[in-house]
Structures are given as structure tokens and as C-alpha cells.
Design a protein around this ligand. Structure first.
Ligand code: NAD
Length: 269
């Protein structure tokens, strides 16, 4: 059995770092041409380093700067991708941020920033991707599906998280966005799913793994007793985007080393 994304074009938002970079590399190694999105000038070098790893391994792609919370920039990213590569087959809605605060001290700016990237950004990219999928229609030389969207959610789509109300709210909402799109466009053969990572070793959660004490306390939440790596998510993303997963739509898949089994109940609660 081979996971093949040959002849397909994938947009990976936030592909310059962490989980997004892992997914970009996995999709490229399965044959997709990957648009490695990055948000600003500051992340250009990181995006180029990811692209270099892809091309050094024989893969194809480009980097593309776009702030996914800005409608005009998202529309342009999809227009430019279609004009350069003909279409888009796969969207990985990965870009995400945290702006943590005790709830009563959370500013409207902190709330809006997180909802703007984590939820509105996923809405805007999904809308532009689905418009393009419908324009192209099914092309069996690419995939049996008309298009695939993978939202990167979180275990916090079901685990409440004190001090992170904006983040947990954005991830809870992604579940309904994903299921609604899967329902609305199922008959068009567009598949929409979410991957819900547990603790993956990336810059977003550096405080949770960068000292032995922090890592030890994190591992108490993970029955499988290791922190996840970006390729743990990339492997699933490549499979989910491929035709091997053609009957999977409208679902959230947790990649969390068992975190959602609630480890603290392992000794009887
Ligand atoms: P990260 O900080 O390494 O990556 C986040 C990426 O999003 C970066 O490439 C960043 O440049 C990009 N980004 C931020 N704002 C953007 C914007 N406005 N437009 C475009 N790109 C933007 O962190 P990560 O852990 O790789 O996070 C990736 C996704 O995974 C996020 O949605 C995050 O919520 C989710 N997630 C991460 C973990 C984890 O443990 N690391 C767990 C659950 C969910």
C-alpha cells in the first residue's frame, strides 16, 4: 500500500514552523507540490528552510507569505496558487497562535487575535479552497475526491483549558466548522476532517518541554509517555489527504499519545 499525492497541490498554512513544517514535508514526500505558507517577513527564512528540505529530498513547492486572518491576502494566495499551479487539491488549515491570560484579565485584543487566526483564518482558507474545488470538479487523474481539507484543531476541542479561553473556544468552534463543511459539501465529494494533536514538541508550547521539570510534568498527562513530534501529525495528514482515506469525512482524529483518555484517572480517579 502506498500513500500517493502525486499530481496534487497542497496549501499548508503556517507551514514554516512546527506541525505545519512536518505536514509540508510529509505531503511533499508523498508527491504533492506544497505551498509553504508563512505569515510575515520575519518567518520568510524559516519557510525557505522548510522548502529547501523538501526540494533537497526531491520534492516540489514554493513559499508564500500571507496572513490568514486577512481576507484580501487569503483570496490572493489562492488566486496566485491557481494561476501558478492550475488548481488546489488539499488545504491544511494549520496556522494557529496562543495569547494566554486569566479570563478576567483577557483583553479584547487577545481574544480577537486568537479567534482571527485560529478560526477566521480557517474559515477564509476553507472558503477559498472549496470555491476552487467546485470550479475544477473531480479529476480522476488527481484524486477520486474533488478536494480535501484538514483542519488542525487540538485536544482542546474537547478538553477545557483554564487560562486559555480564547484558544479552547477557537478549537471547539473548529469542530463545528469542520462537520458543517463535511455535511454541506459531502455530495460534491469534498472531504473535510480535523486532526487534534495532543502535546507536540514545537515553538508554540516551548515552556511545556524546554526544562526537564516541565517535560516531566507534561508526561504525567500522556499515557504513552512521550511528547509528540511534527511527523506524528504529518504521517496522518498524508494518509487523510490520500485516496486511501476516501471514506473518511466529518470526523476529528486525536493524535495525542492517549491524552484524551484522562491519564489522571489511571490510578482510580
Ligand atoms: P508553531 O508556533 O510552531 O506554528 C504556528 C504556525 O502558524 C507558524 O508557522 C506561524 O508562523 C503560523 N501563523 C501564525 N499566525 C499566522 C497568520 N496570521 N497567518 C499565517 N500563519 C500564521 O506551533 P505549532 O505547534 O506547530 O502549531 C500549529 C497548529 O497546531 C496550531 O493551529 C496549533 O493550535 C495546533 N496545535 C499544536 C499543538 C502542540 O502541542 N504543538 C497541540 C494542539 C494543536
Amino acid at each position: 500500500m502506498e500513500i500517493s499525492l502525486r499530481n496534487q497541490v497542497a496549501v499548508v498554512t503556517g507551514g514554516s514552523s512546527g506541525i505545519g513544517s512536518g505536514i509540508a514535508k510529509s505531503l511533499a514526500s508523498a508527491g504533492a507540490t506544497v505551498i509553504v505558507n508563512h505569515s510575515s517577513e520575519r518567518s520568510r527564512d524559516e519557510a525557505q528552510a522548510v522548502l529547501k528540505e523538501i526540494t533537497d529530498a526531491g520534492g516540489k513547492g514554493i513559499t508564500y507569505q500571507c496572513d490568514v486572518s486577512k481576507e484580501d491576502q487569503v483570496v490572493k494566495m489562492f488566486e496566485d496558487t491557481v494561476s501558478q499551479f492550475g488548481t488546489v487539491d488539499i488545504l491544511i488549515n494549520n496556522a494557529g497562535i496562543q495569547k494566554d491570560s486569566k479570563f478576567t484579565e483577557m483583553t479584547l485584543d487577545q481574544w480577537n487575535a486568537v479567534i482571527g487566526v485560529n478560526l477566521t483564518g480557517q474559515f477564509l482558507c476553507a472558503r477559498e479552497a472549496i470555491k476552487e474545488f467546485l470550479r475544477r470538479g473531480i479529476d480522476p487523474s488527481r484524486s477520486v475526491a474533488c478536494g480535501k481539507i484538514i483542519h488542525i484543531s487540538s485536544v482542546h476541542e474537547i478538553i477545557p483549558w483554564a487560562g486559555h479561553a480564547n484558544y479552547a473556544s477557537s478549537k471547539g468552534a473548529i469542530r463545528m466548522l469542520m462537520q458543517t463543511l463535511a455535511q454541506e459539501y459531502g455530495a460534491n465529494k469534498i472531504r473535510v476532517n480535523s486532526i487534534c494533536p495532543g502535546a507536540i514538541q514545537t515553538p508554540i508550547n516551548k515552556d511545556a518541554w524546554s526544562t526537564p521539570e516541565a517535560l516531566n510534568s507534561l508526561l504525567h498527562l500522556i499515557p504513552y509517555d512521550r511528547i509528540g513530534q511534527p511527523e506524528d501529525i504529518g504521517n496522518l495528514a498524508a494518509f487523510l489527504a490520500s485516496d486511501l482515506a476516501d471514506y473518511i469525512t466529518g470526523t476529528s482524529i486525536f493524535v495525542d499519545g492517549g491524552m484524551t483518555t484522562f491519564e489522571s484517572f489511571s490510578t482510580g480517579g
